[in-house]
Design a protein around this ligand. Structure first.
Ligand SMILES: [Zn+2]
Length: 257
């Protein structure tokens, strides 16, 4: 597997080789630059694509042949969350919510309802700052533990799942998570429901991405996503898929004892 360590080791090996070769054949300065750019390209892809497991091991799906998938919602609780909960309740489906600490403090009753209705809660940082990729290890630990505390206040126990905001990882985030000992939960079906305007296009993306063991990423932040959820549940039923929680799908504990 291509990790940050092996990529960097490969770069150093290539640079060293170029240096040795330069005394025998003509090596141009841009050969060194090219090697570095290649390293940078992989590092950028690995930091943005959680499925690459570049900086850390994320669980982005289950390798099962059973027709089970997990629906996950990020960035709540919000005023939209009750709408999502209504749809889930009507269909008797349990989902997994990766919640932001600040949002829990803002909408404690809504957060309480997610718990009361039997859904699974995961940590999605305290502030969900756009600058989270620039945080130090210490700041990251603070982000993660503060959100744990907000969750535990209502749930009575700490979550063991963490989902990185924007799916961004880097060495600081990896170190912080080794310290806090969370399981990192990714996804293999990204709906892009916060970016794509058309419900049909979002739904098409999800439908073509789903296979047994998939983890689907949605957001409980817009009514558009609620409508997508309604149609997704129809699709799942028609195709004999069962929607379960991440805990049921991956069979790893969601909470500390
Ligand atoms: Zn998010």
């Amino acid at each position: 597997m291509l990790t940050h360590k092996s990529n960097t080791f490969f770069l150093l090996a290539v640079l060293f080789l170029l240096f040795i070769l330069s005394s025998h054949i003509e090596i141009k300065w841009y050969h060194f630059v090219l090697a570095f750019l290649f390293w940078l390209l992989i590092a950028i892809a690995g930091s943005g694509l959680i499925r690459m497991n570049y900086h850390l091991k994320a669980r982005s799906r289950s390798f099962t042949s059973e027709r089970k998938i997990a629906i996950t919602f990020d960035d709540g609780p919000t005023l939209i969350t009750p709408e999502v909960l209504d749809v889930l309740q009507k269909n008797n489906i349990k989902a997994t919510f990766f919640c932001i600490g600040q949002q829990i403090e803002k909408y404690p009753e809504i957060f309480d309802r997610i718990i009361a209705e039997g859904h699974i809660i995961g940590n999605h940082s305290f502030t969900h700052s756009k600058k989270i990729g620039l945080f130090t290890k210490k700041q990251m630990i603070e982000e993660i533990t503060s959100a744990d505390i907000s969750i535990a206040k209502f749930l009575g126990k700490k979550p063991r799942y963490y989902r990185p905001p924007f799916g961004v990882t880097n060495p600081h985030i990896a170190k912080a998570l080794r310290f806090t000992k969370h399981y990192v939960i990714g996804w293999n079906v990204r709906s892009l429901d916060t970016k794509i305007k058309s419900e049909e296009r979002i739904l098409k993306r999800i439908k073509s991405g789903i296979s047994p063991g998939s983890i689907v990423l949605l957001h409980d932040t817009s009514l558009k996503s609620v409508r997508v959820l309604e149609q997704l549940l129809v699709f799942l039923q028609e195709n004999n898929y069962e929607a379960v929680t991440v805990e049921q799908l991956l069979k790893i504990p969601a909470y500390e004892n």
